[in-house]
Design a protein around this ligand. Structure first.
Ligand code: MTE
Length: 306
């Protein structure tokens, strides 16, 4: 990553959720009205059902989830996305699904929302930089979307791309990453029941800084695999190139499974700081999702395929 200092505790860490929501609703209305921002997304409530895959761990306060972000399209500092992402227009939105499938096409967001009932998935998110959060996502299994387009037997991998729009994504005016942001999964990882496309968090549509209107969430992998604001999905026979691998293949592998026993070349991955907590905690193999995912990597040397 383009590393900055670890965060210090802020007032945000102690703001109760209800107080935050009131403040946020007030601000959202005020800012949108005051500036006349056309297309500025205001959070809208979503209907969803709970999921058996959710953790019961304490959720990271909404204020932190929406103000401490990595979204390099909007800048490299943690508070840049919250400051700059309001300019992104997320309506209309389409995802181009192409490659090895019977039903390729350009699917609009409203149609994609009908793919499967929305669920709440309270997942741990472990960033490769050594911090973590617990986020109540709202989304649906990626497997359902892939099923809709009927993959062929040649669909061995899935690649994803974020929107390219430098006039609204100011980070894209600088070439510190090779835009657009790209990620990829093996097909079995993509259709694993834990893998979701998220469209909301904390019961509301996604804030822009968290990847509105739709992003991937793969909870057993480092956070950078969970690509935001997706506009393209491609089913393919060969392993796709990913943004971080292209930047530095020695530091960022294709798999990027959370693994406390394989260190990043520049720092240990053995423990992490849960945002809002003081004492570091041990990082769990596969971020604690081993029961659901370890079988996919049986026989694979996780040191080599990091
Ligand atoms: N997706 C895009 N398009 N651009 C990014 O810079 N950052 C990644 C990932 N998805 C990133 C992205 C990283 S490093 C992390 S840790 C997570 O998003 C952070 O997600 P969050 O801000 O919703 O917590």
């Amino acid at each position: 990553m383009l590393i900055r200092n670890a965060p210090d505790l802020t007032e945000n860490d102690v703001t109760p959720h209800e107080v935050y929501l009131q403040r946020r609703q007030f601000m959202a209305g005020g800012i949108a009205a005051g500036l006349g921002l056309a297309g500025a997304a205001t959070a809208a409530p979503l209907a969803f059902k709970p999921s058996k895959w959710s953790t019961t761990e304490k959720r990271t306060p909404l204020d932190d989830v929406t103000s401490y972000n990595n979204f390099y399209e909007f800048g490299v500092d943690k508070d840049d996305p919250a400051k700059n992402a309001g300019r992104l227009k997320t309506q209309p939105w389409t995802i181009q699904i192409e490659g090895e499938c019977a039903k390729p096409g350009r699917y609009n967001f409203e149609d994609i929302l009908k793919t499967a009932p929305l669920e709440e998935r309270i997942y741990r998110l472990r960033c490769v930089e050594g911090w973590s959060m617990v986020i109540p996502w709202i989304g649906f299994p990626l497997a359902a979307l892939i099923g809709r387009v009927q993959p062929t037997s040649k669909a061995k991998f899935v690649s994803f791309e974020t929107l390219m729009r430098p006039d609204q994504m100011i980070g894209q005016r600088s070439p510190y990453l090779d835009w657009p942001y790209r990620e990829g999964l093996r097909i079995d990882e993509a259709v694993n029941p834990l893998t979701i496309m998220a469209v909301g968090l904390y019961g509301q549509t996604l804030p822009n800084q968290n990847g509105a209107p739709i992003r991937l969430v793969v909870p057993w992998k480092y956070g950078f695999k969970s690509i935001k604001s997706v506009v393209k999905i491609r089913l393919q026979e060969t392993q796709p190139k990913t943004t971080w691998q292209m930047l530095n293949a020695r530091e960022y592998g294709f798999y990027s499974n959370v693994n406390p026993t394989v260190d990043h070349p520049r720092w240990s991955q053995a423990n992490e700081r849960r945002i809002g907590e003081f004492r570091r905690r041990e990082t769990l193999m596969f971020n604690g999702y081993g029961d659901q995912v370890a079988g996919m990597y049986r026989g694979l040397d996780l040191r080599k395929f990091y």
